[in-house]
Design a protein around this ligand. Structure first.
Ligand SMILES: [Zn+2]
Length: 270
């Protein structure tokens, strides 16, 4: 068997999406694909990172069905937090640490906010600290024109994109039974920037509307569902691209375009 990503000899199996994205006790019927060492073990830190980014998003507020995942997420953050005292250099650091813990103790995003503040205070927080280094307070205006306090995180876009491109390749392999070695263009619909161009918004809307929960595949749709399709050229004979649509946590929608002729996706705006 060969790796879903690079076609080198496979040494194991890789879950797509990773097993840790699913709720314990609800992990039957998960997709797995053959993988080489490089595209398996080395990815596990990215898995943790991306899961933490998604589960920290305010977009998931109120999703009761995901409660067990939030618990796991908070435990992971707490574990990382427990290692922090060993990294505190002096009494001043220690005081800062206690202060921050107290400040966020009842907040569901406590971990993220704490890590960010610790990182800003110059206290090392390891991998999970990476998540929140660039967090900042922001004021936005709601629909009624009222000021709302919120926060935003900058995340590691490259790492994030690579993770989802790998996932798209895994899903493609699962469906097609061969590895896609060509270009992958990722459209992270739920993370489209406010200032994106009209074209970008049009393309995003075009593809995100193709994924319909009820028609999509996936045994645990609260966590994940997807479909894989093709787009043909005007003669209807040649495949222009494969389209891998997927949604995580019923919230985060993505399309990956597997460009067979290295075309840039550009449906005609109407
Ligand atoms: Zn590989």
């Amino acid at each position: 068997m060969s790796c879903y990503y690079c076609e080198k000899p496979a040494t194991g199996m890789e879950h797509v999406p990773p097993q840790s994205f699913f709720i314990k006790g609800q992990r039957d019927g998960l997709i797995s694909v053959p993988s080489c060492d490089v595209h398996n073990q080395q990815k596990s830190k990215d898995d943790e990172y991306v899961r933490a980014v998604l589960l920290s998003s305010a977009k998931l507020d109120g999703k009761e069905q995901l409660a067990p995942l939030f618990e796991v997420h908070l435990r992971a953050l707490n574990r990382a937090g427990e290692q922090i005292p060993g990294r505190l250099k002096n009494e001043e650091d220690f005081q800062k640490f206690l202060e921050i813990e107290e400040k966020f103790k009842d907040d569901h995003a406590a971990g993220m906010k704490s890590f960010s503040e610790l990182a800003q205070a110059g206290i090392g927080t390891g991998l999970l600290g990476l998540l929140s280094v660039d967090y900042r307070d922001e004021v936005i205006f709601d629909n009624d024109g009222n000021e709302q306090q919120t926060i935003s995180y900058a995340f590691d876009t490259k790492r994030f994109n690579n993770f989802f491109k790998s996932m798209a390749k895994g899903l493609f392999f699962h469906e097609a039974d061969w590895a896609w070695l060509g270009k992958v263009v990722l459209l992270p619909h739920s993370f489209l920037r406010e200032e994106a161009s009209e074209d970008e918004k049009f393309i995003s809307k075009h593809y995100s509307s193709q994924l319909v929960r009820d028609d999509a595949k996936g045994d645990h749709k609260d966590v994940f569902y997807y479909d894989v399709g093709t787009e043909l050229d005007s003669s209807g004979k040649e495949i222009l691209r494969y389209v891998v649509n997927f949604c995580l946590y019923d919230t985060f929608e993505f399309t990956a375009l597997l460009e067979s002729k290295y075309f840039v996706a550009s449906p005609e705006p109407r």
